[in-house]
Ligand binder design. Structure first.
Ligand code: ADP
Ligand code: MG
Length: 182
């Protein structure tokens, strides 16, 4: 399986749609599978995805012609089933405006921006699938078509990826308190 992951709003679904058409891959949308299979656990009154149940289901769907898409990717597929994974990264300042448009609560917005600044999904993807199978792309100043092209080339064997260090950027701008208020 090929993987596209990254925090909400980084462009996963936009890019997956384009790529899947060009490379003839079948999209497996993690969130949709979780809903259709009803794999949720209660957590303080909210519903969280039951990742261990979901992992069993998704591993069974493994195929070389599928493209797994979702922020939970590092937690729901075994490394042995992963050919290559791309982590989309986006500047916390750009994410902030996307989350505003999506009307995320400030808690949800801060959680996801914090995760992006610290690079948690990238870290976990490298941890789970290995450094050699994981590539990150900073889409902040790329067009959709340039991003799709870059992802496609990675899936075809290119090893060129971007350097991302949001922590340095946020520190330099003096915005740590703003993004990590507690
Ligand atoms: N280079 C880019 N690649 C992908 N999406 C982009 C890019 N630049 C801007 N966007 C926009 O980012 C927004 C979030 O994209 P979306 O695919 O919904 O993200 P996700 O599926 O990760 O939540 C969309 O409005 C999309 O048009
Ligand atoms: Mg999406």
């Amino acid at each position: 399986m090929k993987i596209i992951t990254g925090n909400p709003g980084t462009g996963k679904h936009t890019i997956a749609k384009l790529i899947s058409r060009k490379l003839n891959l079948e999209i497996i949308d993690i969130n949709k599978i979780a809903i259709s299979e009803g794999v949720f656990v209660k957590n303080n009154g909210t519903l969280d995805v039951d990742v261990s149940k979901l992992k069993k289901i998704i591993n069974k769907m493994n195929s070389k012609d599928s493209l797994l898409v979702g922020h939970l990717a590092p937690y729901v597929i075994s490394s042995k089933n992963v050919e290559l994974s791309v982590v989309l990264r986006k500047s916390p300042y750009k994410l902030q405006s996307i989350y505003k448009k999506r009307k995320y609560t400030s808690k949800k917005s801060l959680e996801n921006i914090g995760s992006e600044i610290l690079g948690i999904i990238y870290h976990d993807t490298v941890q789970e699938f290995g450094r050699k199978k994981t590539f990150q792309i900073d889409i902040s100043s790329k067009s959709i078509s340039a991003t799709a092209k870059k992802v496609k080339s990675i899936f075809k064997g290119s090893k060129i990826e971007d350097n991302v260090d949001w922590l340095q950027l946020v520190l330099k701008k003096g915005d740590m308190q703003k993004f990590f208020p507690y």
